[in-house]
Design a protein around this ligand. Structure first.
Ligand code: ZN
Length: 345
């Protein structure tokens, strides 16, 4: 072995390595080439074993060439590695490309159910007059649901409310939102302007206009000098906001917890007052019941009836929703039939 042949071996090793490196197609192949040429048992080490047989003067010269070869191979590995990594990136970007010109997928939009939507419409009108929403429990006690509303246990008016009782003695599913009046009066001081929307329950045979589960909105105002005129003015504003400019009227009514009590009618929204089947040919439609809060009820609420007066009103939400949307049967509201609900989108 002499200097010439050893250095020729090194140069041909370099040429072979650079060619194979530039032909490598993936990072794994490069790793294998690095081990093959530069590893401890690699080709470069194998060539350098011959260095011991050389004259001492030639050894550093061969060492210098070997270093050059090693550096050239390392440099080629690094360059090719960078190329391959950028190719992989380019391929991945192409595969994951998003076509921003494609039309988007439509977002499925829901809508409020007509009952909460109607409650919102009612609350919006009364909200303009300072009425604030309060909520009461659906499982109510007998005392608050009946007795404090001036309906004694043997009162014939209890027949008006066919009650669903629960297993706890003295408790029931509230038959109306009126017990909320007691709860508001007991927890706040006048002036009171409260709106009480909620679900109510009665033991009823279900038909187009009766449900065992239904919604009411109750209103209560208590202040010094509150009068029937305030009530009439407020309800007129409400009727006009929901049903447009129509005639309204009070008729005598009866509730144990208001005195006097009235039914509030608006001109028929179907025939405009001429008379049609929807209004039983009367030209009027009753939309709610109301009256001045009975002094006994004020006292149960902890309010002095000598100083304060109040009025209350209550309406069935289904009734109002029927009139707004011309729905003929309140059973639709609880059937969860999309063909019905989608009409309110
Ligand atoms: Zn009519």
């Amino acid at each position: 072995m002499d200097f010439e042949s050893l250095s020729a071996d090194l140069r041909s090793l370099q040429a072979r390595a650079l060619e194979e490196i530039s032909a490598a197609v993936d990072p794994g192949a490069l790793d294998a080439l690095q081990i093959q040429y530069l590893g401890k048992k690699g080709d470069l080490t194998a060539v350098l074993r011959g260095i011991g047989a050389l004259p001492a003067d030639d050894r550093p010269r061969v060492g210098a060439i070997a270093n050059e070869v090693g550096e050239a191979v390392k440099g080629a590995l690094a360059t090719r590695g960078t190329e391959l990594r950028s190719q992989v990136q380019t391929i991945r970007l192409a595969a994951e490309k998003v076509d921003v010109t494609l039309p988007g997928r439509p977002v499925a939009r829901g809508a409020l159910h007509p009952i909460p939507e109607t409650i919102e419409a009612i609350a919006e009108v009364f909200g303009q007059f300072g009425f604030v929403i309060h909520e009461g429990p659906e499982v109510e006690d007998d005392l608050t649901n009946f007795q404090m509303l001036n309906i004694a246990p043997d009162h014939p008016a209890r027949d008006l409310w066919d009650t669903l009782y629960v297993d706890i003695p003295g408790y029931l599913l509230r038959t109306h939102t009126s017990p909320g009046q007691i709860r508001v009066m007991q927890s706040t001081r006048p002036p009171i302007r409260a709106l009480l929307p909620g679900r109510c329950f009665r033991y009823e045979a279900v038909d187009a206009s009766h449900g065992s589960e239904f919604f009411q909105v109750e209103g209560l105002m208590v202040d010094e000098g509150t009068s029937m005129a305030d009530l009439k003015g407020l309800l007129d504003e409400f009727a006009h906001a929901l049903f447009g400019p129509r005639k309204t009227r009070f008729r005598p009514g009866y509730y144990p917890f208001t005195e006097p009590s009235v039914a509030f009618d608006v001109e028929c929204v179907v025939c405009g007052g001429v008379g049609c089947p929807a209004c039983s040919k009367s030209g009027w439609m009753t939309i709610l019941g109301a009256g001045m809060v009975h002094p006994v009820v004020l006292q149960y609420g902890g309010i002095d009836p000598e100083r304060y007066q109040g009025f209350a009103f209550g309406m069935g939400v289904e009734r109002i929703a029927n009139l707004r949307h011309a729905v003929p049967d309140l059973r639709y509201y609880l059937e969860n039939d999309l063909r019905f609900l989608e009409q309110f989108r």
